[in-house]
Design a protein around this ligand. Structure first.
Ligand code: F6R
Length: 622
């Protein structure tokens, strides 16, 4: 979603802000803008529809804007078209400015999130003489801050507090006041925002990669918290205007981790980082060679007492949940219910008390997943989150957090974070299974040993990608593809299908293999690509017979299976083998070729797999 980058310090703000915005591009956006304030108090604003390079060209990479304090924004349109006028920053003046001419608005601001009652606030402000040049809720928000600032003749913090009490919705807001040169003020509710400091500079951004190059010293802004940013310092306030003492934390990422490191695309880099992500995840939760979550506050008795699991997530994280359902049933023997967070939040699902609700989210900020967590919290015993971003909202609001140490994920399509999530879920299944006495220590150790070998096996798959590249180029002009499987293989189909469709724009569908006959098979034509996933031994024959049915209707059959199943070549037109591991964990291996397939089709079509159209990395609105 939208990206914020603000700077106050000794450097020229323009180039720093544009650099930070470029590191937030992965979040998805369709217009961008920047406002820099010079020493005389003039603010210069430049905005552009489309890619950041337009803004960079218009401002000579930010250097044409004089001043050491400024705000930048990449906008993913919600209210109003992605036009230059609707792009942020917005100002409290009645007329817009986006050409770099000097203006002196009392309030200049950028915002992520959605102001739900903006129509009502707009009418109120119109009555007070304000006029609006854009269709955005952000312009209303900026003007409301201006209104309270002038009406009550209070300082910026009080004006922001009054605004926060009045608005409904979510926001990460950063503003400059004409009366307070060299200062930025922020406010946050349910939208991500971090603040970084060095000795003489302060940054505000939507995500850590924007500022990692400059500092690893990070503050996480809390919900309903405001901050005053001056060079080298951030002072936090609660809604009453009282100072909230806070110390910065050191970001666990290195500056290099958010760079491409020799790869042309982040997606490929992250696919290749999976062995490490998986290895680090296993080490994090097996400190003495056995699964142990006590450092996260989960004790063996907690495993014994859990009677049921509810898992909530969106997108790929939801697919990780679906995959884990089979693993939990098999290894832990407890009932699991997996729900799309966006569906669950508006349903009246009664939850059993003695259950653990798990929310899975790479970003830890997905609005629907956060809402599902809050809803589940009211009913269940405990909540647990699996997130990749520490300090994220979902991590902070859950009782326990298991953080996947996958490092920053920049490509929009998730790969390494997904693989790490799945490993945490395997370990949780082992932990509950052994805690409940479903499996003895020996069995648990054997499974753990299998999990430990997964990184090496992923490396092996990644070491030869020529077959997948061949398949990708053969089908790069395909209109559609079907991925089918049963059980865990069905879950892999779901995630594989999403990978293919989101970066290659080929319409691809995942079907439970047994469901094909109930309607979908009528779509098959001569040459339609059907990818069968057959890693589960007890389901192999069943899925094979479904593939034979597809072949009989003219489909091109690509099979993805474990090494031992060479008999598949009699049916399949194309076969891809992955190494074997224990059956419950085969999904971790089978998915890798499908991630590569999506990536290479995208490349074959000349697309940018890192930034698929219309998508945002962190979906902080409903
Ligand atoms: C697809 C993808 C998305 C995310 C979904 C949830 O490749 O990345 O489907 O999985 O938007 O995001 P998080 O995990 O941040 O909650």
């Amino acid at each position: 979603m939208c990206g914020i980058m603000g700077y106050v310090g000794k450097k020229q703000a323009g180039p720093v802000i544009l650099d930070g915005l470029s590191r937030l591009e992965y979040r998805g956006y369709d217009s961008a803008g920047i406002a820099v304030r010079d020493d005389s108090g003039d603010v210069r604003i430049v905005k552009a529809a489309g890619k950041l390079k337009n803004l960079a060209e218009m401002t000579q990479n930010g250097s044409s804007l004089e001043g050491t304090c400024g705000l930048g924004h990449t906008r993913w349109a919600t209210h109003g078209e992605p036009t230059q006028t609707n792009a942020h920053p917005h100002i409290s003046l009645n007329e817009e400015e986006h050409s770099g001419a000097a203006v002196v608005p009392q309030v200049t601001g950028v915002h992520n999130g959605i102001i739900e009652n903006y129509q009502e606030l707009r009418i109120k402000l119109l009555r007070h003489g304000y006029r609006f040049y854009s269709d955005t809720d952000t312009e209303v928000l900026v003007k409301l801050v201006d209104y309270y600032y002038k009406k009550y003749k209070v300082g910026p913090i009080d004006a922001l507090a009054k605004t926060m009490v009045r608005v409904q919705g979510s926001y990460a807001l950063a503003v400059m006041f004409a009366d307070y040169p060299g200062e930025i003020y922020t406010a946050r509710k349910d939208s991500p925002m971090i603040i970084g400091v060095t000795e003489d500079e302060t940054f505000v951004a939507s995500d850590i990669p924007a500022i990692l190059k400059y500092t690893q010293s990070i503050y996480y802004a809390e919900n309903l918290e405001m901050a005053r940013l001056i060079p080298g310092q951030a002072i936090f306030y609660d809604l009453n205007g009282d100072i909230v003492p806070k110390t910065p934390q050191i970001a666990e990422y290195s500056a290099d981790s958010a760079e491409k490191g020799g790869y042309e695309f982040f997606m490929l880099k992250e696919i290749y980082e999976q062995p490490k992500a998986v290895r680090d995840t296993i080490s994090a939760f097996t400190p003495d060679g056995e699964v142990d979550f006590s450092a996260e506050g989960l004790l063996p008795d907690d495993a014994k007492n859990v009677e049921r699991l509810y898992i909530f997530a969106c997108g790929s994280a939801y697919h990780a949940a679906v995959l884990s359902q089979y693993v939990f049933e098999e290894l832990a023997g407890i009932p699991v219910r997996v729900e799309m967070a966006s569906e669950f939040r508006y349903r009246a699902v009664p939850l059993e008390k003695n259950s653990l609700a798990i929310v899975i989210s790479q970003s830890g900020e997905t609005a629907d997943s956060l809402a599902a967590l809050r809803k589940a919290k009211e009913q269940v015993l405990k909540t647990l989150s699996i997130v990749n971003v520490s300090g994220s909202s979902i991590a902070r609001e859950s009782d326990y957090t298991l953080r996947t140490p996958a490092g920053p994920e920049i490509a929009v399509a998730t790969t390494k974070a997904f693989s790490a999530q799945v490993i945490v879920l395997y370990l949780l299944a082992l932990w509950i299974g052994s805690g409940k006495g479903r499996m003895d220590r020996e069995r648990c150790r054997e499974y753990l040993e299998e999990i430990r070998q997964i990184p090496e096996k992923i490396e092996e798959i990644l070491s030869d990608k020529t077959k997948i590249q061949w398949l990708a180029s053969k089908f790069s002009n395909a209109k559609e593809a079907f991925l089918i499987g049963r059980g865990i293989d069905y879950a892999v189909s779901m995630e594989g299908s999403l990978k293919v469709k989101e970066v290659s724009y080929i319409h691809s569908e995942a079907y439970a293999a047994g469901e094909l006959k109930h309607g979908t098979i009528s779509l098959l034509e001569k040459g339609t690509l059907v990818i069968g996933i057959l890693t589960q031994k007890d389901l192999y024959e069943k899925t094979l017979s479904n593939l034979i049915e597809c072949k009989a209707r003219g489909a091109y059959i690509a099979a993805l299976t474990g090494r031992g199943n060479s008999g598949i070549e009699e049916t399949a037109d194309f076969t891809m083998y992955v190494p074997e591991t224990a059956q419950p964990f085969m999904g971790s291996l089978a998915l890798i070729p499908l991630q590569l397939l999506g990536f290479y089709i995208s490349i074959a079509k000349g697309l940018d797999p890192d930034k698929p159209r219309n998508l945002a990395k962190s979906v902080t609105v409903e």
